[in-house]
Design a protein around this ligand. Structure first.
Ligand code: ADP
Ligand code: MG
Length: 537
């Protein structure tokens, strides 16, 4: 009998993603255009706002040939640039990143730019062209890079250095990809609009391949959120491998110091309490934690309830004011309410939920609330049906908040975290995590209550105006008749009549209450309002 010939081989990460590009969002030529732009724009935003630079991003899509199946995609930013010697790896080695840190970023995998290169290379066989100048650099680096897919290594097709005459800093990238522009156009524009909703301090200049294909999204505020600080892992978020790596750095360190130095929020007394709980001698060299002992130690770390809550300094929520400005400028509603919730955590990962409700004005009429989802300032466009936000919004009984559908109601939810539980590498939906789900629900309820208050107030105002109009109309007849019968000055009568109406309608009280924003509906406790209304006066 002949032997069965089974061949085994290893697969490089580049090869894996070349074969499985759909899991990173490059499923077809239309999706690929959207994903290409998105990956490049997100890198541009990370390279600007994280460093307190107001982002100015130029995007151009052009037809490369008559068939229009090949598209040139150009993205330019005014960010911190990339050091010349890093450019080949950054674009030519899958899983190479400056963002593998405990800190909020749009990028997380070290994959996006390489997916763009892999896709370009697989469809048009053209290299990526990168020009970049770091801050204060005398030169501009230019590279053409491809990927040696089998080795997961960059191939430098060409490189040169140019003089940086005008002190430019930033990065400009050009790729040629197979793409379906007519199908991608709407998604791309929607993506840019949504991005500007969450980053109204950025400006986008978009030029498409067709006649009159322009989109200019101006910067509407120069306020930017505080950039995140870089953090340490929280003891509840660790696993065995991470602890092993940390131990290897300095195996002679005492366990006690090891804990205090390497983890978020572990002070001396907490470290002592934990070691007591875990039954470990504080003076033991950490290198002695091996095998079962190590696994047990890590299990105890995750179980222990005496840790401090993870700090949220590693996060950068955009804040109630900037979110309101973004929503206002993109949706142009009658009114918007926003909230930034206090930090929470799941499995040691801090997160913050922000929400906004936009009502009326130019918000399109719809049979259910229109949803805008964001994670770490990235708009999520596809896969809404699978997203936890859709589920929560659909579960809410909106009549409770005086909303009857069809209505002009948009719900915006932003989640930021050092670890967003994305459901896939394409970053389009958020996996269900109970802690996050309940915070989203609370955030939406909080802004929905503000909306109910607003609607109630408007109803009361309108009712009052109606009454006032009716009373005034009849009072004129009464004044005339009275004045005729009693032979009194009609002006005097008119004045007392007005006073009477005002007193009966309690106009002054209501006016004052309206001015002070204190008019509350029955049963509504007016919590210190952190949301703002755009157009109450
Ligand atoms: P990720 O964004 O997840 O880190 P990418 O492959 O998209 O992965 O990018 C890899 C790295 O390249 C980034 O971490 C960043 O350091 C650098 N980079 C990419 N694009 C830019 C840019 N426009 N400006 C500055 N740095 C960039
Ligand atoms: Mg990226």
């Amino acid at each position: 009998m002949g032997s069965i010939d089974v061949k085994f081989e290893a697969l490089s990460p580049a090869e894996f993603f070349r074969r499985n590009r759909e899991i990173a969002g490059f499923a077809n030529p239309a999706r690929a255009v959207y994903q290409t732009i998105r990956e490049l724009v997100e890198n541009s935003l990370d390279a600007t706002e994280t460093f307190k630079i107001l982002p100015s991003i130029k995007i151009q899509v052009s037809y490369v040939d008559a068939s229009r199946n090949w598209l040139g995609v150009y993205v330019e930013d005014n960010g911190i640039g990339i050091p010349g010697d890093e450019i080949p790896n950054v674009f030519g080695r899958v899983f190479y990143s400056s963002k593998y840190r405990i800190k909020q970023h749009r990028g997380i995998f070290g994959l996006g730019a390489k997916m763009v290169v892999l896709y370009a290379q697989s469809t048009t066989n053209m290299p990526i062209t990168v020009r970049s100048a770091p801050l204060k650099s005398d030169v501009i680096y230019e590279y053409q890079v491809m990927i040696d897919i089998a080795k997961n290594e960059p191939v430098i097709v060409d490189s040169k250095t140019l003089e940086n005459k005008y002190g430019w800093h930033g990065t400009a990238i050009k790729v040629v990809i197979e793409g379906d522009w007519p199908k991608a156009k709407r998604r791309v524009e929607e993506y840019l609009r949504r991005t500007s909703m969450i980053a109204p301090y950025a400006e986008f200049l978009f030029r498409g391949p067709d006649e009159d294909d322009f989109l200019v999204i101006p910067r509407v505020t120069v306020k930017m959120p505080e950039p995140p600080k870089e953090g340490l892992p929280h003891p509840k978020s660790v696993d065995v491998e991470l602890i092993k790596q940390l131990i290897q750095r300095n195996p002679d360190m005492k366990v006690f110091e090891f804990l205090v130095e390497n983890f978020d929020g572990v002070g001396e007394s907490i470290a002592r309490n934990f070691l007591d709980y875990a039954g470990v001698n504080p003076d033991m060299p950490v290198g002695e934690l091996e095998n079962d002992k190590l696994v047990n130690f890590v299990t105890k770390m995750r179980e222990f309830n005496g840790w401090r809550r993870p700090r949220a300094d590693w996060l950068s929520p955009i804040g109630e004011d900037i979110l309101a400005e973004g929503v206002r400028s993109v949706l142009n509603p009658e009114v918007v309410f926003t909230v930034t919730r206090k930090p929470s955590s799941y499995m040691g990962n801090p997160f913050i939920v922000e929400a906004a409700i936009a009502w009326g004005g130019a918000v399109p009429q719809s049979d259910k609330p229109i949803i805008y989802r964001f994670a770490n300032k990235v708009p999520l466009i596809y896969d809404e049906g699978n997203d936890v936000v859709r589920k929560i919004v659909d579960e809410i009984d909106w009549t409770q908040y005086k909303v009857k559908f069809p209505a002009q109601l948009a719900v915006v939810v932003h989640i930021c975290s050092t670890k967003i539980p994305y459901a896939s590498a394409g970053k389009e939906a958020i996996a269900d995590v109970p802690e996050i789900e309940s915070e989203i629900r609370n955030a939406i309820r909080e802004v929905a209550r503000k909306l109910r208050l607003y609607i109630t107030r408007k109803e009361k105002e309108q009712e009052l105006l109606m009454k006032y109009a009716v009373f005034t109309m009849y009072s004129e007849e009464v004044v005339n008749a009275l004045s005729y019968v009693t032979n009194t000055d009609p002006d005097k009568l008119r004045r007392s009549m007005r006073e009477l109406i005002a007193r009966k309608l309690k106009l002054d009280r209501i006016e004052r209450a309206l001015k002070e924003g204190k008019l509350t509906e029955e049963g509504e406790n007016n919590e210190g309002s952190s949301a703002q209304a755009a157009s109450l006066d």
